[in-house]
Ligand binder design. Structure first.
Ligand code: ATP
Length: 412
């Protein structure tokens, strides 16, 4: 039987609904992807006795428990005291940890309040997971033949420690020498059910084999992810397995795949433009700057993106971009906006979006209508009309990825 791990999320704000416990769901996903069983997930407030009770309860069933949150320097951060009590250990000052904390403050040119040294208290018998991002180290705490891992609540600090130290430690404890590797194919252009249907032959073969596994993850304007997870004796074999099934998947839905793993639609579009030596100007109505926002979030976008114009009022479309006055939810408007913004911003390529996010229809067009226009330097233009689902914000977000995908395909 595989090793079984539970998760304890600490923080009163989790119980009050002030923050959503995304850490536990992320950890559940990681455990599953690495062949480690998930037994329970519990949330508890910043209360010593209740943390101790919850931890004892979870340790009664599971082989391992990950606690996240409450490792900070303030008086309500009491996870390490609670864990020390469950271990039956004293908390002692660890000078090596203290020195790392001092150096972190020095490196950031900030004065360290003495209170921060509370984070250098370590239960006797625990091993440190060195901190690379925040100031609190993680802890690996043996409790009999079981183990409790403590990680900070801050999501990126938590993720770093789970990936770097906890999953490898759990795998060693489970006596499982195998490697679990996954690859995400990022797709856009079809619904989850549509993709499922097209991939059915591959899904059937994978179900018969049991390895790798294939899963869909609809992720809004991040696209629809198809994740392959392979178990193998070593990394080379895992990669070979993923390569081969990646090819099988692409042979059926290759036209929808825009990237892999950390690729995003905006990073891919910027790269396509960069490789062709083209600059881009964006005119946005319905998305009010969201496209430019996504593009500028990518470091180094400035060599491709000239800028963006939020031509929200119709008069701005007419006066600034030279759109012919009239109804504006039309492909012809999107093309004129794209031509206009290309000229106004001195870009090689113009991309424009106009549409109806709701709540009411506009220019006789229903909520969810999106018109995208593209204008190229040689005078050619192209346009697309899409009907997108969702309430106002969802529709606007889906507009962003739809328009960028249209540009990617047009340039591809
Ligand atoms: P630090 O060492 O930075 O003080 P900590 O271990 O004390 O971290 P908390 O103070 O509990 O962690 O949480 C810090 C922040 O991390 C919270 O304000 C919240 O934004 C986020 N956070 C905490 N727990 C969770 C959780 N379970 N899911 C998502 N976010 C969380």
């Amino acid at each position: 039987m595989s090793l079984r791990c539970s998760v304890l999320a600490v923080g009163t704000e989790l119980l009050l609904g002030q923050i959503i416990d995304t850490n536990s769901s992320w950890m559940g996903e990681q455990l599953a992807a690495n062949g480690i069983g998930s037994l329970m997930q519990i949330k508890v407030g910043d209360n010593h006795d209740r943390i101790v009770a919850a931890l004892r309860y979870l340790l009664g069933e599971a082989d391992a428990v990950i606690i996240c949150g409450g490792l900070g320097p303030t008086h309500d951060d009491i996870t390490r005291q609670a864990v020390a009590e469950v271990m039956g250990s004293e908390l002692v000052h660890d000078e090596a940890v203290a020195e790392v904390i001092r150096q972190m403050f020095l490196g950031r040119n900030r004065v360290m309040a003495e209170i921060n040294l509370r984070q250098a208290l370590v239960p006797v018998g625990a091993t440190i997971i060195p901190q690379t991002r925040g100031t609190a180290p993680g802890l690996i705490c043996p409790v009999g033949d079981k183990v409790v891992y403590c990680v900070p609540g801050v999501p990126h600090e938590m993720r770093d420690m789970v990936e770097r130290a906890i999953v490898p430690d759990l795998k060693v404890r489970s006596g499982d020498p195998s490697v679990i590797a996954s690859r995400v194919l990022r797709t856009w252009g079809d619904s989850e059910s549509g993709l499922n249907e097209r991939l059915q032959p591959v899904i059937d073969r994978l179900e018969a084999l049991g390895n790798p596994t294939l899963a869909f993850l609809a992720s809004g304007w991040e696209g629809l992810k198809v994740r392959l997870t392979a178990a193998a004796a070593n990394q080379v074999e895992a990669t070979a397995l993923l390569d081969s099934w990646d090819g099988e998947v692409r042979s059926l839905i290759g036209d929808q795949v825009f990237g892999t793993d950390d690729d995003t639609m905006e990073s891919v579009v910027l790269e396509v433009l960069r490789q062709r030596g083209l600059t881009l100007g964006v005119a946005e109505s319905v998305t009010g700057g969201l496209v430019s926002g996504r593009l500028t979030a990518i470091a180094g976008a400035s060599d491709v993106l000239r800028g963006g114009v939020v031509s929200y009022a119709s008069e701005v479309k007419f006066d600034l971009l030279g759109v012919t006055p009239g109804p504006v939810i039309r492909e012809s408007t999107a093309i004129e906006m794209a031509r206009g913004v290309r000229k106004v911003l001195g870009a090689d390529v113009g991309l424009a979006l106009t549409g109806v996010a709701g709540p009411a229809e506009q220019d006789g067009m229903p909520v969810g209508t999106l018109c995208v226009g593209i204008a190229l330097a040689d005078g050619t233009t192209d346009a697309l009309t899409a009907r997108l689902p969702g309430q106002r914000q969802v529709m606007r977000e889906l507009s962003v990825i739809t328009a960028l995908d249209f540009l990617r395909r047009r340039l591809g």
